[in-house]
Design a protein around this ligand. Structure first.
Ligand code: ADP
Ligand code: ADP
Length: 237
């Protein structure tokens, strides 16, 4: 479960990107975060894992207060949060399997194992995840040989390989065509249900958000202006 309490971010420039944002995300719930450009969506996602330092407020991941952690503890806590990005952020020269293992092992252990050998149990887990995301038979392909949809599938498998307690997803379909976007959204919501994973998906496409998420949070000028089921969005607009 994720609890966000009165999260506020004022950038040094004076921009009030978030103003007392509060919500709770139960296990397995997928939230679509929508709002116009500049509304604070990226800032919210980045404050949750403290890529951006919140000005005030709290973020609790299963009762662990992420906002008070020092550097080493924060690094450990981030291992519990899976990230999926618009531009995939794969290591292009590595294979699909290696990209997924990098999620599972973390940066230091990954390269240490890369020099010697990867543990068999981690390889087995990675194969299982690749099957799940529809990339069976592609373990040895280099990341840079894949299509956009396939890359995002690797991104999803890599995030799941961490066995995360939360997924943060930033514009996962912004670089994909409409048909592939729907497939990726379907896959994301299915795996979240299977793993009882809560997820925040920053998504500019409101129709996709309505179609695939259980709950929509609408931000405008740093404040929550809508929080409810997708079916209520039309009457609110
Ligand atoms: P969105 O993701 O909804 O487009 P952002 O979170 O990127 O919104 O931006 C929210 C507000 O914060 C905007 O006014 C933006 O200009 C400002 N902002 C975002 N990042 C920074 C930054 N690094 N420094 C200063 N202002 C920023
Ligand atoms: P792209 O269009 O970028 O090539 P696709 O998303 O069409 O990629 O498909 C990539 C792989 O995923 C293919 O092997 C395809 O058969 C498989 N696939 C497509 N849809 C699903 C799905 N819903 N669940 C699992 N695998 C799928």
């Amino acid at each position: 479960m994720l609890t966000v309490e009165n999260l506020t971010k004022t950038y040094r420039s004076g921009d009030k990107a978030l103003q007392r944002v509060s919500f709770t995300l139960p296990k397995g719930q997928v939230v679509g975060l929508i709002g116009p450009s500049g509304a604070g969506k990226s800032t919210l996602i980045r404050c949750v894992n403290r890529l951006v330092e919140p000005t005030s407020g709290r973020v609790l991941l299963n009762d662990l207060d992420l906002t008070t952690l020092g550097k080493p503890a924060l690094r450990r806590a981030r291992r519990r949060i899976g990230m999926i990005f618009q531009e995939y952020a794969l290591v292009e020269r590595l294979t699909v399997m290696e990209n997924v293992l990098s999620g599972r092992l973390g940066y230091v252990s990954f390269w240490r194992s890369w020099m010697r050998r990867f543990p068999g149990s981690d390889i087995a887990t990675a194969f299982r995840l690749l099957d799940r995301v529809g990339l069976e038979g592609r373990a040895d392909s280099r990341a840079d040989a894949l299509s956009g949809g396939q890359r995002q599938r690797v991104g999803i498998a890599r995030a799941l390989a961490q066995e995360p307690e939360l997924l943060l997803v930033d514009e996962p379909t912004a670089s994909l065509d409409p048909k592939t976007s729907r497939k990726i959204m379907r896959l994301l919501t299915e795996v979240c249900a299977e793993h009882e994973l809560p997820a925040i998906i920053n998504i500019h496409d409101v129709v996709l958000a309505q179609q695939f998420t259980q709950r929509i949070i609408g931000l405008r000028a740093g404040e929550i202006v809508f929080d409810g089921p997708p079916s209520d969005l039309d009457s609110a607009a």
